[in-house]
Design a protein around this ligand. Structure first.
Ligand SMILES: Nc1ncnc2c1ncn2[C@@H]1O[C@H](COP(=O)(O)OP(=O)(O)OP(=O)(O)O)[C@@H](O)[C@H]1O
Length: 625
């Protein structure tokens, strides 16, 4: 169904061109309606609009400025949060000036060699997809967790780190461990993460150190931070005692005597009031903890972080999501995520420090997969490398504003203008490897590139499953980045087996771990999607929305459990995207192969199983040990 005739190429070509023209007209209409920027020509819009969220019927009914904003079935962030984390009373309700939106945009076909299925064909195809019954999942413990499930707090509870940390504490007690967290130690030690503090203005410049000088010292400082955290976590009574003595130290003037002490002070502040959250003797301050986890004594300025990587005038915005603005700084991408503020951003409640701590830990844990020396069991480089993480404070710098406005001019931003951020606004800046273009806008040339994409994503998921019971849970085409290079193969290690995948010169990176679930060995980080009902209310037939719904069936709405089948659901989604939404040179055999892969994928319970599918056998080379 939906496959193109392979034999008669000129007829096929004529059909493709005719249908493409037809499709482009339809597409332009849709996109044109969902944009405010009426001065653009339809061609401009067609070429430049990266967002494909227009299928949401709601969007069409929006008026005025909100109509320019990305809207799909919106994930309500008033209910967002990892299970253990509640959204705080500090969040002042603001009438929603701009409609909340959700990234993960439902797809429209675009690209050079478009072979778009007609709408009818597509509908029929989705119907076929829907008709596949989900296989019953192998039983998974519904409340599998190394910690006792935290009490589900309501949506306006107080944002405290302690509930999450308490779970950690409980898990540690349940596991009878009392030493420092090996995983966290490893993460903090990771050499890929130069964590020298970028000192804010409030610090003495003489304390500034070069990365070379500071890296070793920083690691040991972080380990000290970490063991301090652990000791705080292990014993709440100790916390009470520490709090009193730390407070005495602090008021007796131990703060601000140098970076070494600064970090120590940051840790001490874990049990003391900070500027962002009111102190409660029973609670730890998540903002201070976030600073400590990022190896900073205090927030940096955005411009100080960027100027570490490039001249401020050379900053270019390259992408945007619901929470993040992505800027290119030299060869890196700095994603700025506003946190903890009361201002709604892009229609959403800002993420809280405690959520960011989890994302930080998650990103760093995935960084550990990049190690491949020695006798590591699992290794791959497909998850985007997190180079650095910084907490910042202040309004947007003029160079960033200019970069934002330039991008808006050319692409039509769906985000709020960053000039709205007040001076006290805090952010986390993720400094990331530049992963290339997202699959939504990347033009795949041929079937080899398509299968290279599939094998790399499947291998990465398999490796991360094996290492950390990792599930991405949101692997839509905006979260897969592609770039071309001259590599022929990609090495990875899966459960001790050294393997290579043929790449056909394509390099894939997976980003955005907001919904992901990971078992770091010490704790399980996951987002409780049951508190986000809108996520499952996307348009019927839309492949991405269907995938969330299927995940819900598979997990039975218990998001803490390990259900690697969710990774397979995203692989199924990807195959559909390749068949239905992406255009590349392919023949009918290629399409049959993809459909056959899809049928077999439906039977797999994990990416670890899927990677041994015959579809990949031509692409994988096992190294002889
Ligand atoms: N490392 C990177 N390399 C290249 N581009 C990137 C990178 N990280 C992000 N981007 C670009 O920025 C966009 C937004 O990033 P991302 O999806 O991480 O933001 P987000 O706010 O978390 O999204 P969401 O709306 O799903 O929450 C991406 O779609 C991509 O175009």
């Amino acid at each position: 169904m939906g496959s193109k005739p392979g034999g008669n190429s000129s007829d096929l070509w004529a059909e493709i061109v005719a249908t493409e023209n037809q499709q482009q007209k339809q597409q332009v209409e849709v996109i044109y309606r969902r944009r405010r920027r009426t001065q653009k020509t339809p061609q401009d819009v067609d070429l430049k609009q990266p967002s494909l969220s227009s299928r949401n019927g709601n969007r069409m009914s929006l008026a005025g400025e909100a109509a320019n904003k990305r809207v799909s079935w919106n994930r309500s962030l008033s209910t967002r949060g990892r299970t253990s984390i509640a959204v705080g009373t500090c969040v002042v309700y603001q009438p929603q000036g701009k409609q909340a939106r959700r990234k993960g945009k439902p797809a429209l076909p675009k690209g050079k060699f478009v072979q778009p299925p007609t709408f009818e064909k597509e509908r029929a195809y989705f119907q076929e997809v829907d008709d596949f019954e989900l296989l019953e999942e192998s039983p998974s413990p519904k409340n599998f967790s190394t910690w006792a499930m935290g009490t589900q707090t309501n949506n306006i509870a107080i944002p405290h780190l302690s509930s999450r940390l308490e779970k950690w504490l409980i898990s540690r007690k349940l596991n009878h461990t009392c030493g420092p967290s090996s995983t966290l130690s490893k993460i903090l030690e990771t050499p890929a993460m130069p964590l020298e503090p970028i000192c804010g203005n409030d610090l003495n410049p003489s304390n500034l150190r070069t990365p070379e000088k500071s890296s070793m010292k920083t690691n040991s400082q972080l380990l000290a931070v970490h063991s301090r955290l652990c000791s705080i976590l292990v014993d709440k009574d100790a916390l009470e005692r520490d709090h009193n003595s730390q407070y005495r130290n602090l008021v007796s003037g131990s703060e601000g005597q140098g970076c070494c002490e600064d970090l120590e002070v940051a840790v001490k502040k874990l049990s003391l009031a900070s500027t962002s959250v009111c102190f409660d003797s029973d609670q730890l301050d998540p903002f201070a903890a976030l600073l400590a986890v990022c190896g900073q004594p205090s927030p940096s300025k955005l411009k100080d972080v960027f100027s570490k990587y490039c001249e401020l005038g050379n900053i270019v915005k390259i992408g945007e999501g619901t929470y993040g603005e992505a800027f290119k700084a030299s060869n890196y991408v700095c994603k700025i995520v506003p946190i903890d503020g009361d201002l709604r951003v892009n229609g959403e409640v800002q993420k809280r420090s405690e959520e960011l701590i989890e994302e930080v830990i998650l990103s760093r844990t995935l960084n550990c997969l990049r190690e491949c020396d020695g006798d590591v069991c699992n290794s791959c480089t497909t998850f985007i490398e997190t180079i650095d993480l910084k907490v910042c404070q202040g309004s947007y710098d003029s160079a960033l504003i200019k970069a934002w406005e330039d991008w808006d001019e050319n692409n039509g931003s769906e985000n709020d203008h960053p000039k709205e951020f007040p001076e006290k606004q805090c952010y986390v800046v993720f400094v990331l490897e530049h992963g290339g273009k997202d699959l939504e806008s990347f033009i795949l040339l041929n079937f080899d590139e398509a299968r290279s994409l599939l094998v790399q994503v499947t291998a990465a998921l398999a490796v991360a499953e094996a290492a950390y019971e990792f599930e991405h849970r949101d692997l839509h085409w905006g979260n897969i980045l592609l770039r071309r290079n001259d590599s022929e193969t990609l090495q990875f290690i899966l459960e001790g087996k050294h393997m290579s995948a043929r790449t056909f010169g394509l390099s894939i990176s997976i980003i955005d771990f907001t919904l992901s679930r990971i078992n770091t060995g010490e704790e399980i980080l996951f987002l409780d999607l049951s508190s986000d009902p809108d996520l499952f209310n996307g348009p019927k037939g839309d492949r991405q929305s269907e995938t969330y719904r299927k995940m819900k069936e598979v997990t039975d709405d218990c998001w803490d459990g390990s259900f690697p089948r969710t990774n397979v659901l995203w692989l199924l989604y990807l195959v559909d995207i390749l068949l239905l939404k992406k255009s590349f040179e392919r023949n009918s055999k290629n399409e049959r192969d993809l459909r056959a892969l899809k049928k077999r994928l439906d039977k797999y319970q994990s990416a670890k199983e899927a990677i041994f599918d015959p579809f990949f056998s031509e692409l994988l080379i096992m190294a002889c040990e």
